[in-house]
Design a protein around this ligand. Structure first.
Ligand code: URA
Length: 239
């Protein structure tokens, strides 16, 4: 059973800082399984009944975080050269074993889901589960929308012969730099960029805006992150 320091675990719920928790522990406002604790280094697990200021802490075994990924960080847990999506999380959200569920390129922005739940990540990434990923892509060279829409619908064949599942394309802006909403059902390496490349244009900006039925929170600036609520989590797999 995974155990964490109580100040860290309570702070990871996002409402109190570790210092707040330490102060409350000193004041005798925190109990574990009915016993008031006096030491905030006590280790607890998600199965313990923790009461903070009279309220039972709702604990879950796993952590699910929505990050609005900025450019320049890599979707990995560790990297020798670059900062990762896990490195840039605020301290109160950091826990052991977090990793991004699915990869975004270093220059892609938007919704990055970070978790420590391997089964969940596997489910949402599996092409057979059809959890859609939606992106906004801006391209450098004009393409004919109707042709592109049909090609995406029919299943793009990439330069290396890979045949992709059907994808949806919507035109968002037809200015000098056209932009599109793209919905894909799988996550092959550089998939969206390679899909547009097969039509002779280059993606110059790419942002993921939703995973399944859950849309990136507009209130999160690039680089900001927060925990998902249980309701939000359920929207990922249920549309
Ligand atoms: N497709 C890409 O080409 N890049 C990403 O980061 C995500 C999807």
């Amino acid at each position: 059973m995974k155990k964490e320091r109580i100040d860290k675990l309570i702070a990871s719920q996002g409402l109190l800082s570790r210092n707040d928790v330490k102060t409350m522990v000193k004041r005798g406002e925190v109990s574990v399984n009915g016993v008031v604790i006096k030491d905030s280094s006590v280790k607890v697990s998600y199965e313990d009944d923790i009461v903070v200021n009279g309220k039972h802490l709702k604990q879950t075994e796993f952590t699910y975080i929505m990050l609005n990924k900025p450019k320049g960080v890599v979707s990995a847990s560790e990297d020798k050269r670059d900062k990762t999506v896990v490195d840039i999380l605020p301290d109160e959200l950091k826990r052991k074993n977090l990793f991004p569920a699915g990869r975004l390129d270093k220059d892609t922005t938007g919704f990055c889901l970070i978790t420590d739940d391997g089964d969940f990540a596997h489910r949402i990434l599996s092409p057979s589960r059809h959890v859609d990923k939606t992106y906004v892509a801006t391209v450098d060279k004009y393409i004919d929308f109707e042709n592109a829409r049909k090609a995406f619908k029919d299943g793009i064949v990439l330069a290396d012969g890979t045949v992709l599942l059907s994808a949806d394309l919507e035109l968002l802006s037809d200015d000098d730099n056209q932009s599109f909403k793209v919905v894909i059902k799988e996550g092959k390496y550089h998939q969206v960029k390679r899909m547009f490349a097969s039509l002779g244009t280059t993606v110059i900006e790419l942002k993921r805006i939703s995973i399944g039925g859950l849309v990136l929170d507009d209130n999160l600036e690039e680089g900001e992150a927060r925990l998902l609520t249980a309701e939000e989590l359920s929207k990922i797999e249920n549309r």
